[in-house]
Ligand binder design. Structure first.
Ligand code: SAH
Ligand code: MG
Length: 195
């Protein structure tokens, strides 16, 4: 991996206001990845590939990441970035709406990272559980959404997102097959282990 190019990818994404994973969030995810040593990672929400590139460092030698992005321009940039950082053989991008792409995937993943449309998190969770096995860790970013999720906030154009994030958190807390932690790191990070 070309770390110098990765730093450029990060700086350009920040300049362009692409919502890439925050440093403190990345630190937490990276320590989980080091522990798990995943062979297969699924990411929902590629943006320009920054998080996928970062995660690829922690894959087993022949491991791979599948990542989904619906925005054509971002897919194009992600492909360029992945090439520049020299991790093309580790990352496969699916272009399309994850709501359509996910049901077509039939694999089992060790790590699933949810980082896309907040209103779709309950659906993404159901799909993540379907493609999990014992020990899979399902990680969801932005679950506290600027604090709205834990406040009595309910009158905003984002209220569907907030309602669905609350539903996501309730589901991971109540599902007996999941051991869950919600961390206040970054914009809120939910970590659920399939037991
Ligand atoms: N994981 C990236 C950041 C992702 S930002 C990183 O940390 O580097 C969220 C991305 O999800 C955006 O690029 C957006 O276009 C994409 N997205 C949102 N809803 C989606 C959906 N339903 N299907 C596919 N991609 C989606
Ligand atoms: Mg995010």
């Amino acid at each position: 991996m070309n770390k110098q190019e990765l730093e450029k990818v990060k700086q350009k994404a920040l300049e362009d206001h692409i919502p890439i994973i925050m440093d403190d969030t990345l630190e937490v995810v990276a320590s989980l990845l080091k522990e798990v040593q995943p062979k297969r990672i699924l990411e929902i929400g590629t943006a320009v590939g920054y998080s996928a590139i970062c995660f690829s460092e922690y894959l087993q030698k022949d491991g791979r990441i599948d990542t989904i992005e619906r925005d054509e321009e971002r897919v194009k940039q992600a492909k360029e970035n992945i090439k520049k950082v020299e991790v093309e053989e580790k990352i496969q991008i699916y272009q399309g709406d994850a709501v359509e792409v996910l049901p077509s995937l039939q694999e089992s993943y060790d790590i699933i990272f949810i980082d896309a449309a907040k209103g779709k998190y309950p659906f993404f969770l159901a799909q993540a559980i379907r493609m999990s096995h014992k020990g899979t860790i399902i990680i969801a970013d932005n679950v506290l959404y600027k604090g709205y999720v834990m406040s009595d906030y309910n009158k905003h154009k984002q209220r569907t997102a907030v309602r669905n994030l609350r539903e996501y958190i309730a589901e991971i807390m109540n599902n007996e097959k999941l051991e869950t932690q919600v961390l206040e790191v970054g914009d809120g990070l939910a970590i659920s282990k399939v037991v």
